[in-house]
Design a protein. Structure first.
Length: 100
């Protein structure tokens, strides 16, 4: 049976490729800014683009390596061993509010 188009579009490797492409473009634009090939209104643009590229590389590596699953499983194991897994919703709400 051929793969469903939705399954292909939801592929983790497609996301990794997207992160890699976006990181390459951000790094290219940062290099362009650093060399002065683009108009420079603000001096921190090269740093912004390079930090964005780094963040995108980290996100792609995390997706490729399944780091999110490992961190989630580690958190669940800690909650179970600490005896507060059943009451974890309050801690999750605090974490969500803190992140947002």
């Amino acid at each position: 049976m051929p793969p469903n188009i939705i399954d292909l579009l939801d592929s983790g490797w497609l996301r990794v490729g997207g992160y890699a492409a976006a990181a390459a473009l951000a790094a290219l634009w940062g290099r362009r800014e650093r060399l002065g090939l683009a108009s420079r209104d603000v001096d921190w643009w090269p740093t912004y683009w390079m930090m964005s590229a780094l963040l995108l590389v980290i996100m792609g590596a995390s997706r490729a390596g399944g780091l999110g699953d490992l961190v989630g499983e580690f958190g669940r194991d800690q909650a179970r061993s600490g005896g507060w897994y059943e009451t974890r919703r309050a801690a999750q709400a605090v974490a969500v509010v803190g992140v947002s």
